[in-house]
Write a protein that binds this ligand. Structure first.
Ligand code: GLU
Length: 483
């Protein structure tokens, strides 16, 4: 049997971390089992679904490195992959269910239904709808339908069936009493399908074998199983993922900071790192390994290793992991990753990077070990792109310190004489403190501030090498002229 799984986002907002994790698990499960990963857009909520949200979800999934075999952009022979374009399937399924007596029309008005709900609440019954219309005589139903009376279509829950149980791949045996299941609405009075109906029709028609999704849908599952059965279709395996919590034990939400995938992209996270981090939010390779590449994930993912317990989102750990991924990059990959950030900061252009690639790669060792996010890079390397404007504070602190200007002058003289590699620069500059009688720190800070404009910078000697002799001397001269 070919594994067929789907990720079915509703385009009512951005792709958030929980949705991304669900997508990653479905994708990894499909890849691990040489199966098919389907992207389906559940856009049945016309008020809140937008093409922009769909585009943004697709962009986020692609950015994370996910690919799908069927769905928007990919095509496939189980399409269309937008629920709003599948009305024919829902109509056909409803017709089947009407013919077999699994669906019946309900003519109750909204007011009547509200009154019934109040009643069931006070009597303690678990079902929200008292099944009034299920008992209507066939001729009355026919008459009211042909008169065009507004109605919805409800599932006739098979009360004699007994409890609806299933073996959840994550949570184990799960059971719901049949009495707790409402004769819920399949098709609304305007002809649109409800989530629990459309999802099952699609999952059946798309031959989905495993439904991997958040456990906020757990209570929907018995309803959906009843629809699968009513349609005479095989029920897929269900795997319900525990929620992601913030550190306070509450469901992850805006309160805990950014939740959308693109917000993480914009904060300078690498897709590989976010993928890795999300994969481990509820699944583990062996309980120890923290760096799990996409290749390892797609060759070893299994439902058995998904945890039942809620996963706690730890932004610190994500940031650490991002740093680990940044450190593991080749200089060339690092340049590609930082390029948009440098361009965005106005430091350079794409053409410049292409033209001077080796020089851009020489920047990488200055910062690779020192940043955890790409949004830290531009500020750290800005001094390489423009001569600094010296602040009064930096000047007072480093350039007007005792002996600083003498040290700076001496540094200029020795630097003028050396080959401009970090080792030679270091050797030359280390002679300065003794020669002018200042502490090494005074001399080095004077050079640092003169050249970078700041008292903190990447390692000095390496920075000067990357900056080059001409710019270094020019900056020192400019600083000296201000003293
Ligand atoms: N569109 C639903 C959601 O985003 C899909 C749930 C499911 O996977 O069945 O929650």
């Amino acid at each position: 049997m070919t594994v067929r799984v789907r990720f079915a986002p509703s385009p009512t907002g951005t792709l958030h971390l929980g949705g991304a994790r669900t997508a990653i698990y479905n994708w990894a499960f499909a890849r691990r089992n040489h199966g098919v990963f389907i992207l389906r857009i559940d856009d049945t909520d016309p008020e809140r679904s937008t093409p922009e949200n769909t585009a943004q979800i697709i962009r986020s999934l692609r950015w994370l490195g996910l690919d799908w075999d069927e769905g928007p952009e990919a095509g496939g022979n189980h399409g269309p992959y937008f629920q709003t374009q599948r009305a024919r399937n829902y109509t056909a399924a409803l017709e089947r269910m009407k013919a077999t007596g699994h669906a019946y029309p309900c003519f109750c008005s909204a007011d009547e239904l509200a009154a019934k709900r109040d009643l069931t609440r006070t009597t303690g019954a678990t079902s929200g709808y008292d099944r009034t219309c299920r008992a209507l005589p066939a001729d009355e139903v026919a008459r009211r339908l042909s008169a065009g009376e507004p109605h919805v279509w409800r599932l006739a829950v098979p009360l004699e069936r007994g409890p609806v149980g299933f073996s959840d791949a994550v949570r184990g045996e799960t059971e719901f009493p049949i009495e707790s299941i409402d004769d819920f609405v399949l098709v609304r009075s305007d002809g649109t399908p409800t989530y629990n109906f459309a999802t099952v029709v699609d999952d059946a028609d798309m031959e989905i074998t495993h439904v991997i999704r958040g456990d906020d849908h757990l209570a929907n599952t018995p309803k959906q199983i009843l629809v699968f059965e009513a349609l005479g279709r095989k029920t897929p395996v269900f795997a319900h993922l525990s929620m992601i919590w913030g550190a306070d034990g509450k469901k992850l939400s805006k309160r805990h900071g950014a939740t959308s995938v693109e917000a993480y992209r914009d904060m300078g996270y690498l897709p590989e790192a976010l993928l890795n981090y999300l994969a481990l939010l509820g699944w583990s390779l062996d309980g120890e390994t923290t760096i799990v590449s996409a290749d390892v994930l797609t060759s070893s993912f299994s439902l058995e290793r998904i945890s039942k317990n809620p996963a706690i989102f730890d932004p610190e750990k994500l940031e650490w992991m991002n740093g680990a991924y940044l450190r593991g990059m080749t200089a060339s990959a690092f340049v590609d990753a930082m390029a948009p950030w440098l361009i965005e900061a106005g430091l350079t252009t794409g053409e410049d990077i292409d033209a001077r690639r080796p020089w851009f790669e020489s920047i990488v060792p200055l910062i690779q070990e020192r940043v955890r996010r790409l949004d830290e890079v531009a500020e750290k390397v800005a001094f390489l792109f423009a001569d600094p404007v010296l602040s009064a504070e930096a000047t007072d602190k480093a350039l007007r310190a005792d002996g600083a200007s003498a040290a700076l002058r001496a540094a200029r003289d020795v630097l003028d004489e050396v080959d401009f590699d970090a080792a030679s620069i270091e050797e030359a500059l280390r002679t300065v403190p003794e020669a002018v009688g200042v502490k090494p720190k005074t001399a080095f800070q004077a050079v640092r501030v003169a050249v970078t404009g700041s008292t903190v910078s990447p390692p000095l000697f390496e920075s000067l090498e990357v900056l080059g002799k001409e710019a270094t001397l020019r900056r020192i001269d400019a600083a000296l002229s201000q003293l």
